[in-house]
Ligand binder design. Structure first.
Ligand SMILES: Nc1ncnc2c1ncn2[C@@H]1O[C@H](COP(=O)(O)OP(=O)(O)OP(=O)(O)O)[C@@H](O)[C@H]1O
Ligand SMILES: [Mg+2]
Length: 336
């Protein structure tokens, strides 16, 4: 009772015989589907376009100006090995684990240069933990050379090699090429037990690491490379022997960070009165130390707004945008 035929346009002609009469419906299946899809897309484009128009109107109404952070501003802060240990809360267990991995097997059974990676979310405290470990007294006596390099982005072999040589007090003034720098690195660490911290590694390009790695193989057994990275893929690319996932801080450690800074200049009575509020806010940090620190910056923002409240235009002034973009920039790049 039904017949189908594909015509020249790729349409399917279906003939349905009903009550002796043939009704012919031409369903342009393929074409029809395309038409429906196009219509859906067109409607979506129209909706997006209307939304953009609304945003543009609001931008004009409030006098917003586009603020573009410069490359200089977007650079991540360079870390160093220095840390104020009195301001660090928690991480005792993690520190013990990392230190034990660094010191393990220093005898004949020790393997060549092992790679230990600290992996975790941005702002969770990887660099801070690496700093604690780097400055540990047992670690200091165990290794003949301790070298801290902030790798960041881009992974620049020449810069890393220069930083290593600078730590080893080797002059790099007449060395320009990666080849000669790496040769010098290789000679300078040969036979020494070395701890090399590569902080904040981002690249997943194994070729960059493989270029550098051979210069490090001559150091003594028991030498270690300690890497910090947000992504597990980076740890894998570095040929990690031990990966340590850094978890969020316990609530009490987070509360300590928050309360320590929030109540710094307050009287004892004031601290007692505000303790519950402080604890409640600190509990919202979800164990992220960076968030605890950032929340402490918020009152400054609110205070500033309150002071300026009789100048409502300030809210829409370039000063405010500048302040806000720096605040958000700090939040994103963990520079607080
Ligand atoms: N245990 C801690 N106690 C107190 N402050 C901490 C602790 N851990 C981290 N912080 C603070 O939190 C901020 C972020 O820490 P850190 O730079 O170590 O994070 P990160 O994991 O290395 O982040 P990123 O992935 O961006 O490099 C820093 O200001 C640091 O001082
Ligand atoms: Mg870091």
């Amino acid at each position: 009772m039904g017949r189908g035929k594909v015509n020249g346009l790729g349409c399917v002609l279906v003939v349905i015989v009903k009550g002796g009469e043939a009704e012919t419906f031409s369903f342009a299946c393929v074409c029809l589907n395309q038409v429906v899809q196009c219509r859906d897309i067109a409607l979506k484009i129209k909706a997006v376009s209307e939304k953009l128009d609304d945003i543009a109107k609001e931008k004009a109404m409030y006098g917003f100006e586009l603020y573009r952070a410069t490359d200089h501003e977007l650079q991540r802060l360079t870390s160093t090995s220095l840390v104020d240990e009195s301001s660090v809360c928690g991480r005792d267990d993690e520190k013990k684990i990392v230190v034990s991995k660094l010191l393990a097997g220093s005898g004949q059974e020790a393997r060549d240069m092992e790679v230990i990676s600290l992996v975790g979310l941005g702002g969770i405290g990887k660099t801070t933990l690496a700093q604690l470990v780097f400055n540990d007294s047992e670690v200091a006596t165990h290794f003949q050379e301790k070298i801290w390099v902030c790798v960041s982005e881009p992974f620049d072999g020449v810069r890393i090699a220069k930083a290593i040589l600078e730590h080893l007090k080797v002059s790099t003034s007449n060395l320009v090429e990666l080849q000669s720098l790496l040769q010098s690195v290789s000679q300078s660490i040969n036979g020494k037990r070395v701890l090399l911290v590569l902080d904040d590694v981002w690249t997943e390009d194994h070729r960059l690491w493989e270029q550098l790695k051979p210069s490090l193989v001559g150091c003594a057994r028991g030498s270690r490379i300690l890497v910090t990275a947000r992504k597990g893929a980076v740890a894998m690319m570095m040929g990690t022997n031990h990966r340590i996932d850094i978890e969020t801080l316990y609530d009490d450690a987070c509360r300590s960070i928050f309360n320590h800074m929030a109540f710094l200049d307050r009287s004892k009575e004031e601290c007692e009165r505000l303790e519950d509020i402080g604890n409640n806010i600190a509990n919202k940090c979800k164990g992220l130390p960076l968030v605890a620190k950032l929340l402490l910056k918020l009152p400054a923002l609110i205070f500033m707004l309150a002071r300026q409240s009789f100048h409502l235009n300030f809210m829409f002034s370039p000063d405010f945008h500048y302040f806000l973009s720096h605040f958000i920039f700090s939040l994103k790049f963990g520079t607080l």
